[in-house]
Design a protein around this ligand. Structure first.
Ligand code: NAD
Length: 331
């Protein structure tokens, strides 16, 4: 849309964009179905962010830009997250990363490095361990309230029911469906005349948020953990050390991560995964770049929706634009 549009034009477009994003968000987060590609969703979202920046009077609390996506199914017991489960800001090109780097340098004068991690394409979950035993698993939900999926998570074999040390901690990560499980599942569904899943993410979300934990078990889901929300007895003071400590506790982390001293190194790491991503046994939709040192993270802080000390670089859609329904006029 043109930069010179009037306030009234922008107001109308903002309202239309919010309606569309709410609708697609509902399908994606509640029904675990995508009716538009992620790249198209991200494009509409970016347009809304830009319009709200241009016309700050149009920002409102109920805008998708101000909320962590997701809703809570009434079938599950609700869980209030002690610490909200946030989203991440997005970067789409090298310039966005350079701007991120410049922002970080203005927000802290503490020494820092970056840690790059694969952005696993699944759904976020939180696990609580008490004295080393798994006591609670919850989905992110709307960020503040999630769903109690403890019984379901207990069927996921990569999740330890007991840690190697009797720690009381909360960890967060991604529950995903390996590519091989996805292929087998869709073959079976096709044979049974059932609708196939569009992607492993939807299949994983439908599997984990299933009221029958036996169905979850059949999906062969797996997990990678990447955040500690409650450190309990853990002593790490950087993201890299925290991930190593999780490994020692028996909690699965992804080992493709890399610490980078500069944003140029970060860019080279991203480039190296453009090809490599197709060879991974799981889907990734980008690279997450985080400030590694917790002291610097603390100084940099958060917005209402995401940490300022991290950003998700999103890959371009593998298969180009997927227009599924009623989107043609919007882009
Ligand atoms: P996001 O997917 O952009 O990023 C945040 C999430 O990344 C975290 O919650 C976490 O679950 C995940 N993540 C994976 N690996 C991680 C790592 N190593 N470190 C930290 N986090 C990691 O944000 P979101 O709020 O979950 O979802 C928004 C995105 O979902 C949109 O940008 C869009 O691509 C997609 N979406 C698509 C549709 C659609 O209809 N296709 C609708 C709504 C949302």
């Amino acid at each position: 849309m043109s930069i010179n549009q009037t306030f009234e034009e922008a107001k109308k477009r903002v309202s239309d964009l919010r309606d569309l994003l709410d609708k697609y968000g509902y399908h994606y987060y509640v029904q675990d179905k995508s009716v538009i590609s992620d790249a198209d969703y991200d494009r509409l979202y970016k347009e809304l962010v830009e319009l709200e920046e241009q016309f700050p009077n149009l920002v409102s609390n109920d805008s998708p830009t101000q909320r962590v996506g997701g809703t809570i199914s009434s079938g599950f017991e609700k869980v209030v997250h002690d610490i909200p489960m946030l989203s991440l800001g997005n970067a789409f090109d090298e310039n966005d990363l350079i701007e991120f780097d410049n922002r970080i340098k203005k927000l802290t004068d503490k020494p820092f490095s970056y840690i790059c991690e694969l952005k696993i394409d699944g759904l976020a979950i939180a696990l609580k361990y008490k004295a080393g035993k798994l006591v609670l698993a919850a989905t992110r939900g709307n960020g503040t309230i999630g769903e109690n999926v403890t019984q379901n998570i207990r069927t996921v074999k990569s999740v330890p029911l007991r840690l190697k040390k009797p720690y009381t901690i909360e960890v967060r990560g991604e529950c995903y469906m390996p590519k091989s499980s996805f292929v087998v599942l869709n073959e079976e569904r096709e044979e049974n005349g059932e609708a196939v899943f569009a992607n492993p993410r939807n299949a994983a979300a439908g599997g984990l948020r299933n009221l029958d934990a036996k169905e979850t078990a059949k999906r062969n889901l797996s997990t990678f953990f990447y955040t500690v929300a409650d450190f309990g007895e853990m002593t790490a003071n950087s993201q890299e050390d925290a991930l190593k400590e999780l490994d020692e506790l028996g909690i699965r982390t992804n080992h493709e991560r890399k610490v980078c001293e500069t944003i140029e190194e970060v860019w080279a790491y991203i480039q190296s995964f453009l090809d490599k991503r197709t060879q991974l046994p799981y889907e990734i939709d980008g690279i997450v770049i985080k400030v590694n040192e917790f002291e610097a993270q603390g100084e940099i802080g958060y917005t209402v929706k995401a940490p300022r000390w991290a950003i998700a670089y999103k890959f371009k859609a593998e298969e180009g634009t997927t227009v599924i329904r009623d989107i043609e006029w919007t882009i």
